[in-house]
Design a protein around this ligand. Structure first.
Ligand code: TXA
Ligand code: MG
Length: 352
C-alpha cells in the first residue's frame, strides 16, 4: 500500500475524514503520542487496527471523542467522571467508564468498561470535527515498539501498511495519557501519565494509583489494565536501569559500559542532561545519550520514546540508564522505563 504523509491542511483533514468513513485507518497526532485511528463503530475497521499493529485482541482500545456530549453516547458518566472531564478535558486523561451497547465489543476486548479520551491536540480535534465519528485509536506503533512521538516514527512502523499519516510535528507530552479506572472504588490510576495523581486528587481526593504500575505482574495475576501484560516500549537490545547514589550510579554505569565494550557489544549510557558532561570528563570514550533534564521531567517525557528508537537505529546491544524518583511525572516515566527494561534494575549502592 502507498502511505501518504500529509501536513494537516483542510484538504488533508477532509481526505482523512473520508478514509475513516470508508473503514480505513489514519494515523494522527495527539498531545501525548500519535494514534492509529479507525471508526470505533465499524467492527471491520477496528479489526484492521489490531492487524496493522500486530496487537493481541485482548488488549482494548481507547475511543477518542470531541466532547462530553459525544462521550455520553458510548458510556455512562457519573457525577465524578463529569467533574474530572470539566477539569482536565480536553487533555491527556483517559477514563474507564461503564460501556453502552453501541460500542462493538471488539473495541474494548469484551470488558464491561470502555476507555474514553477527549484529546486536546488541534489536529485530533479537527479530525474528530471533520468526521463526527468516535475514533478508536491505540498508539500508532507496531505492537511492543516504543510509542511514536513524530510522524517519522509512525512511518517507520506502519509505512506501507496504512493509507495516511497526518503530520502534526512532535507531540508535546510525549508519553501516553493517564488511564483512570472510574469503575473501581476508589478510582484507580492504571497507567500513569502527564495528569498526575496529585492533579487528579485536587478534584477527587480519593484517587489511588495501582501498585502494579512499577512492578512486573506475579504469575497468574490479572492485570488492572490488559496493556500491562505485554512487553512494551522495549528497544531491541538490552536495557538496564541503574539506581543509587548519583556518584555510585556514574561509576557503575561506566564500569558496566567498559565491561560491555570489552565483550564486543555496542553500548550506550542514557543519562540526564545535567550529568552528560561528568560522564564525558571521566571517560572521553563513553557514548552517552541525553534523556532530558532531571530538573524538568517533562523534557524526559518528551524525549524518552525517541531515545529508545535511536538505540535501535544505532544497533545498540546494551543500554545503561539513570533513573529518577517515581513521583509526579517521574512515575509515568519510570512506569515506561521499567517495562522497556523488562524490570531489570542494578543497585549501584551494592558492591559487586
Ligand atoms: O495517549 C494515549 O492514550 C494514546 C493516544 C493515541 O490517545 N493512546 C494509547 O492507546 O496509548 P494504547 O492502546 O496504546 O493504550 C491504551 C491502554 C492499554 O494499556 C489498554 O490495555 C488500556 O489502555 N485500556 C483500554 N481500554 C481499557 C479497559 N476497558 N479496561 C482496562 N484497560 C483498558
Ligand atoms: Mg500503546
Amino acid at each position: 500500500m502507498n502511505t501518504q504523509l500529509l501536513a494537516p491542511t483542510q484538504e488533508a483533514l477532509q481526505a482523512a475524514a473520508r478514509l475513516l468513513e470508508a473503514g480505513q485507518l489514519v494515523a494522527f497526532p495527539t498531545e501525548t503520542v500519535y494514534g492509529l485511528g479507525a471508526n470505533a463503530l465499524d467492527e471491520a475497521a477496528v479489526a484492521a487496527i489490531f492487524s496493522a499493529k500486530g496487537r493481541p485482541a485482548d488488549n482494548p482500545l481507547i475511543i477518542h471523542v470531541r466532547d462530553e456530549g459525544d462521550a455520553e453516547a458510548l458510556c455512562h458518566l457519573s457525577t465524578e467522571a463529569r467533574r474530572l472531564m470539566e477539569f482536565f478535558c480536553p487533555g491527556p486523561l483517559t477514563l474507564l467508564l461503564p460501556k453502552k451497547p453501541q460500542v462493538p465489543s471488539l473495541v474494548n476486548a469484551g470488558l464491561p468498561s470502555v476507555a474514553i479520551r477527549i484529546p486536546a491536540h488541534p489536529v485530533a480535534q479537527a479530525l474528530l470535527q471533520a468526521t463526527g465519528l468516535p475514533i478508536a485509536a491505540p498508539s500508532a506503533n507496531a505492537s511492543g515498539r516504543p510509542s511514536p512521538t513524530t510522524a517519522a516514527h509512525v512511518w517507520q512502523d506502519l509505512g506501507g501498511i496504512i493509507p495516511l499519516i497526518l503530520d502534526g510535528g512532535p507531540c508535546q507530552v510525549g508519553l501516553e495519557s493517564t488511564v483512570l479506572d472510574m469503575t473501581s472504588n476508589p478510582p484507580t490510576v492504571v497507567r500513569p501519565g502527564g495528569i498526575t495523581q496529585g492533579m487528579l486528587q485536587k478534584v477527587l481526593p480519593e484517587v489511588v494509583v495501582a501498585d502494579s504500575v512499577l512492578r512486573p505482574l506475579a504469575s497468574g495475576e490479572r492485570p488492572v489494565s490488559p496493556g500491562m501484560m505485554y512487553r512494551h516500549y522495549a528497544p531491541k537490545g538490552e536495557l538496564w536501569l541503574v539506581q543509587g547514589e548519583p556518584c555510585r550510579v556514574r561509576e557503575r554505569c561506566l564500569a558496566l559500559y567498559r565491561q560491555g565494550e570489552r565483550a564486543g557489544k555496542v553500548v550506550r549510557i542514557l543519562a540526564f542532561q545535567e550529568h552528560i558532561q561528568a560522564y564525558q570528563k571521566e571517560d572521553g570514550g563513553a557514548r552517552v545519550l541525553s534523556i532530558g533534564s532531571l530538573e524538568k521531567p517533562e523534557t524526559i517525557a518528551q524525549n524518552l520514546f525517541a531515545v529508545l528508537r535511536t538505540l535501535d537505529a544505532q544497533g545498540v546491544q546494551l543500554s545503561l540508564c539513570e533513573v529518577l524518583p517515581p513521583v509526579g511525572m517521574g512515575l509515568a516515566i519510570m512506569n515506561r522505563l521499567s517495562r522497556a527494561a523488562s524490570f531489570r534494575v542494578v543497585d549501584a549502592n551494592q558492591e559487586v
